[in-house]
Design a protein around this ligand. Structure first.
Ligand code: UDP
Length: 329
């Protein structure tokens, strides 16, 4: 029996693969490698396939005797999703629909799904609990919400057990420095700040300093990628105990502004990291902070890397050793 990790060659997926192997699981990775990196899953069984190829997924589930699925494979760029929403409906919703059909056909009854804080949209309450209204403000968040709802109906109809994990801002890298974040194009704050520290960009564009926050820049809840990884294993443990359909927020519960992240990165790297304030980025809420009480209580999730310095230090270890990312170090 094995666990299938879709999108396992991506950023959060590859860290989760390492965590599952550490926990003694047998893992098979399925990735179409459009964005994933084979170098991120060296020594792991990697199958290059697209979820929308349902008959191939059925074959894989049977051949590797898959008992559960951890599902990351998706497009995840908010801006691109606004430009090309059908790409997101096709790959994220269509890919998951095909995966779920294959799972029901083969009697695979458990899935941990990579959802997002983007399903909430503009918060009306902070910290955000799981019961907060889900009103996404972009197609990326909308596709994640559609999938959560699809999972709810699949639980009712086919007894397919699922946990949706709503991530806040993933950051950091594996402590041994062999895997980390490498997106093309990169849009996330921490890797962009560190590329400025490396001299690859002249400055960080700060997207707005006129928000209603203490320094005027947006506040986000950063959570270490290895803590996200461990939550997936705990979630699967819950599904193995009981056929539930649940959603959990994953965040640290602490918020940091863009300028606080830059300050922390200056301390960690010793580099000056110039910033230039530019206009707001469309669709950015001022403050996003998770309440992760439910994950702490029901999954016994205990994040181990809560300080922002330790997240940035582990990311710095990766970026400074692999300034051009995978395969280009
Ligand atoms: N941000 C910024 N400059 C950048 C990239 C991001 O000021 O070059 C800000 C962005 O507006 C947001 C925060 O950093 O307030 C985190 O953005 P990121 O894209 O990393 O994650 P998101 O919150 O969009 O999921």
């Amino acid at each position: 029996m094995a666990v299938l990790i879709t999108g396992g060659a991506g950023y959060i997926g590859s860290h989760t693969v390492v965590e599952f192997i550490r926990a003694g699981e047998t893992v098979v990775v399925l990735d179409n490698l459009y964005q994933g990196h084979p170098e991120a899953v060296q020594g792991v069984h990697l199958i290059e396939a697209d979820l929308r190829d349902q008959s191939k997924v059925v074959k894989i589930l049977r051949e590797f005797d898959i008992e559960s699925v951890i599902h990351f494979a998706a497009n995840s760029l908010v801006g691109e999703s606004v430009q090309d929403p059908l790409k997101y409906y096709d790959n994220n919703v269509g890919g998951t629909r095909a995966l779920l059909s294959a799972m029901t056909e083969c009697g695979v009854g458990r899935i941990v799904f990579s959802s997002s804080a983007a399903t909430y949209g503009e918060p009306v309450q902070v910290p955000i609990p799981e019961t907060h209204p889900q009103v996404p403000t972009n197609p990326y968040g909308e596709t994640k919400l559609v999938i959560e709802r699809m999972l709810r109906w699949c639980h009712v109809a086919y007894n397919l057990a699922s946990v949706s994990l709503r991530y806040f801002n993933a950051a950091g890298a594996h402590p041994d420095g062999h895997i980390g974040e490498d997106h093309d194009p990169e849009t996330h704050l921490v890797p962009i700040v560190l590329s400025v520290a490396l001299g690859q960009r002249p400055h960080l564009p700060v997207f707005g300093d006129d928000y209603a926050t203490q320094d005027g820049t947006c506040i986000r809840d950063y959570v270490h990628v290895m803590d996200l990884a461990s939550a997936h294993h705990l979630a699967l443990g819950r599904l193995r105990e009981k056929s539930v359909c649940e959603a959990y927020n994953l965040g640290s519960g602490s918020g940091y502004s863009v300028l606080e992240i830059v300050e922390a990165a200056r301390r960690v790297t010793g580099h000056p990291i110039p910033v230039v304030v530019s206009g707001r980025r469309a669709g950015d809420p001022a403050v996003l902070i998770a309440s992760s009480e439910k994950a702490r209580t029901e999954l016994s999730w205990r994040p181990r890397h809560e300080s922002i310095e330790s997240m940035i230090a582990s990311a710095w270890e990766w970026h400074s050793k692999h300034p051009l990312g995978y395969g280009r170090a």
